[in-house]
Write a protein that binds this ligand. Structure first.
Ligand SMILES: Nc1nc2c(ncn2[C@@H]2O[C@H](COP(=O)(O)OP(=O)(O)OP(=O)(O)O)[C@@H](O)[C@H]2O)c(=O)[nH]1
Length: 191
């Protein structure tokens, strides 16, 4: 599932991964939720990904929340040219903590790293990734930098935990709070 503020490049990243294209300058906001399938070969094994692209706009949040629980992996994007989108990742992580499966794989992506209008340093992203214990990469849907790498890394992690996932998903079970839930709460209460 692709998450993050409106305009950070979720749809473009997915289109870059799926079709290897980028439509410069065009921006059509996602309405609700959309999905695409792609088969990746990871270390000789086929991994079929169904990737859900969500609308970043606030008014669609209640729709997208309903999908968190079934997600096996989440890409949380921010835009390196938009400080607010980076600051908002803490609120997104709090939502993930509330709605997603405890074992969901999370990758934090700083998108638009091709841009000269950058206001968020790579180090800021790395620090946030370390704080929340999630993998981090910078990507560009425009140039394709790290796009295949990010999806392949997540596909590999999914394949590696396939047995556990298939055993635990679909079963309504008590979910322990994440290890970093305290961090999320303290961050929210001070902002
Ligand atoms: N320079 C640059 N621009 C990008 C990149 N990715 C997306 N954009 C631009 O950012 C704008 C928003 O991209 P979208 O992919 O539609 O954003 P989104 O996150 O799906 O937005 P919502 O559907 O509203 O949630 C478009 O004008 C894109 O051309 C990138 O890697 N580099």
């Amino acid at each position: 599932m692709m998450l993050g503020d409106s305009g950070v490049g979720k749809s473009c990243l997915l289109i870059r991964f799926k079709d290897k294209t980028f439509m410069s300058g065009s921006y059509i906001a996602t309405i609700g939720i959309d999905y695409r399938n792609k088969v990746l070969v990871v270390d000789g094994a086929k991994v079929k990904l169904q990737i859900w692209d969500t609308a970043g706009q606030e008014r669609f949040r209640s729709v997208t929340h309903a999908y968190y629980r079934d997600a096996h992996a989440l890409f949380l994007l921010y835009d390196v040219t938009n400080r607010k989108s980076f600051d908002n990742t803490r609120a997104w992580l709090a939502e993930i903590n509330e709605y997603a499966h405890r074992d969901v794989i999370i990758m934090l992506l700083g998108n638009k790293c091709d841009s000269e209008d950058r206001v968020v340093n790579r180090e800021d992203g790395e620090r946030l990734g370390r704080e929340y214990k999630v993998n981090f990469m910078e990507t560009s849907a425009k140039t394709g930098l790290n796009v295949d790498v990010a999806f392949t890394e997540v596909a590999r992690a999914l394949r590696d935990k396939r047995t556990t996932v298939s055993a635990s998903y679909g079963v309504q079970e008590y979910v322990e709070p994440r290890q970093w839930s305290q961090n999320v709460c303290s961050a929210c209460s001070t902002s």
